[in-house]
Design a protein around this ligand. Structure first.
Ligand SMILES: C[S@@+](CC[C@H](N)C(=O)[O-])C[C@H]1O[C@@H](n2cnc3c(N)ncnc32)[C@H](O)[C@@H]1O
Length: 259
């Protein structure tokens, strides 16, 4: 039986806070501990808190949505989703891994930037990933590069992890470079990332990819990612892209990834 945590949402409305600044309280031994939604290390350290908060209370649907459209798209193209060799970027405690495993994939490799994510995944979903790396994909060394290449990845997934102070453009581009031509990428983004008035780096990257000759868009769907703390549905897009060719060498420069 998973532990139920005593979670309190603050009395004030959180409408003015950026998505990564929203906070809540967890009550432990009479002590009221304030955590931000993005305090992943502290959330993962408490078994079941991530699931209770984002999945039970805020009704997150994204791993299921993205895994489902990935399977349907791959199968509509005459391929078996069960043969996919997936790199899951921002894998956290393994919610997306679990959704992918329900469809059966051939290899599943997780990556997250914090060790607490890997530890929580090994604790709560042992054996979910064939391997799980703790790494910063903006700066990977030759050994890790070789390791990931050995997995012969043909699919990248990244759920609830792009933008908002999470995975930066450079890390996403690096991960996409590991996918062999003919392979797939399935991920979700906040709906504003496709809005021309959004000038943040991630929006520029997504728009560049959608119009790139190296990428073919196979599925794009607007859906409710989860509820906000105030109970309002948050609109996201779920996308499935096929990588037709290696990404253009000047892509990083064009989307303002320096260095
Ligand atoms: C909201 S969680 C999503 C976890 C999981 N994909 C899910 O759907 O439940 C975002 C995850 O992205 C990870 N993350 C943030 N920045 C990252 C980066 N630069 N590289 C890899 N992972 C990152 C965080 O540590 C966190 O585990």
């Amino acid at each position: 039986m998973p532990v139920r945590h005593r979670v309190h949402f603050p009395p004030q409305k959180a409408n003015d806070l950026a998505q990564d600044e929203v906070f809540f309280y967890v009550i432990e031994d009479g002590e009221k501990i304030r955590l931000r939604f993005h305090d992943y290390a502290s959330i993962y350290a408490r078994p079941g808190l991530y699931e209770q908060l984002f999945y039970d209370r805020l009704k997150c649907t994204s791993p299921t949505k993205v895994a489902d459209i990935l399977r349907k798209t791959v199968e509509a193209n005459g391929q078996d989703a069960t043969a996919l060799r997936v790199l899951d970027l921002g894998a956290g405690n393994g919610m997306m891994g679990e959704a992918l495993k329900r469809h059966g994939v051939s290899r599943l490799v997780g990556v997250d930037i914090i060790p607490e994510a890997r530890e929580a995944c090994l604790r709560d979903r042992p054996g979910m990933y064939d391997d799980y790396y703790v790494a910063d994909f903006t700066d990977i060394d030759a050994e890790l590069h070789e390791d990931i290449c050995e997995w012969q990845v043909d699919c990248l997934t990244s759920v609830a992890a792009l933008g908002f102070g999470d995975i930066p453009q450079r890390a996403f581009v690096q991960a996409l470079q590991f996918v062999r031509p003919g392979g797939w990428a399935a991920f979700n983004i906040k709906h504003t990332f496709l809005d021309p008035s959004d000038t943040t780096g991630f929006s520029a990257l997504v728009r560049e990819l959608l119009f790139s000759e190296s990428i073919e868009v196979h599925h794009i769907e607007r859906y409710w990612h989860r509820l906000s703390m105030e109970g309002n549905p948050l609109a996201y897009f779920a996308l499935v892209l096929r990588k037709e060719a290696e990404l253009p060498l000047d892509l990083p420069r064009r989307v303002g990834i320096v260095g």
